[in-house]
Write a protein that binds this ligand. Structure first.
Ligand code: PAF
Length: 280
């Protein structure tokens, strides 16, 4: 596996592969890799002949006061895992390779409609940062396919919209959320949970599964199910930001009962802010 922080080296390697007609699959990450990321890598290997993984903690998707400075950076351990998983190229650029002019969002492409509420309401500017960095990484790697996790469901939907809007010749593949045995979705931020909080954390997924089942069965109106779930989470000492039933493709609010839905939630538990979703 080649590990490089240099755009020139990335380019040279990619050009050689393209000349050989290799299908290139890209997995963008912020590092601190866990089994959820490794599931993306496995899918990537199945989808093409060369796998490129980026590790870059993107400053523009963190708001002031969020955990950019302390976000776990574990590049050497990440490198070993990726090497073992058969990744062909690890690209771990410095900030100035991604943002040569200024560390700021690219306003030439506004965040698509699907990225204007939910996470955006609680982390203003988050998707502008994500769209900026993913577009830049796509420009550099020019993959045939890029792989994203379903845990960040709204992010996945925003990236799909961006690829469609800009007519980028990239297929977007998604991989189901990887969970601990008790249901907690894997996340680098789970490390912020204390031991007692960790025991309470699976309530988020349990609540969302219940909401999805009730919505599918038409047991109550979406707004009622959302409100009941917020109450349930508060009882479990979460501080929920939102629980929201949406159409799984458009992320428009779900009307009455429906199929093809998703229930998305974000909630703080102690120092951690957890997000999760259930698709139905
Ligand atoms: O999901 C993530 O880890 C990040 O938001 C991404 C897509 C790598 C962009 O920085």
């Amino acid at each position: 596996m080649l590990a490089s922080n240099a755009v020139s080296e990335l380019r040279a390697r990619l050009e050689a592969w393209r000349r050989q007609g290799r299908r290139i699959v890209f997995v963008p990450t912020m590092g601190n890799l866990h089994l959820g990321h490794m599931a993306l890598v496995r899918r990537a290997r199945a989808l093409g002949e060369r796998v490129v993984v980026s590790v870059f903690v993107n400053p523009t998707q963190f708001a002031p006061g969020e955990d950019y400075a302390t976000y776990p950076r574990t590049l050497e351990a990440d490198r070993r895992q990726l090497e073992q998983a058969g990744v062909d190229l690890l690209f771990a650029p410095e900030v100035n390779s991604i943002y040569p002019q200024a560390v700021s969002v690219d306003s030439s492409y506004p965040v698509p409609e699907v990225g204007r509420d939910l996470e955006e309401a609680f982390r203003p500017g988050f998707f502008a940062g994500v769209v900026t960095v993913v577009r830049r990484l796509f420009d550099l790697v020019q993959p045939d396919v890029a792989v994203f996790g379903e845990k960040d469901y709204q992010q996945l939907t925003v990236i799909r919209a961006m690829v469609r809007d800009l007519a980028l010749p990239i297929d977007i593949a998604s991989v189901a959320t990887v969970r601990e045995a008790d249901g907690l979705a894997l996340s680098s931020r789970n490390r912020y949970l204390s031991a007692p909080e960790r025991l309470r954390a699976p309530l988020l997924y349990r609540t969302l599964k219940q909401v999805a089942a009730s919505a599918q069965a038409g047991e109550a109106a979406p707004a009622e199910l959302e409100a009941a779930a917020m109450t349930e989470l508060r009882t479990g000492t979460f501080v929920p930001d939102y629980v929201s039933l949406r159409d799984a493709d458009t992320l428009q609010p779900l009307r009455a009962t429906a199929r093809n839905g998703v229930v998305l939630a974000a909630a703080r538990l102690g120092r951690a802010r957890l997000i999760d979703n259930v698709i139905f």
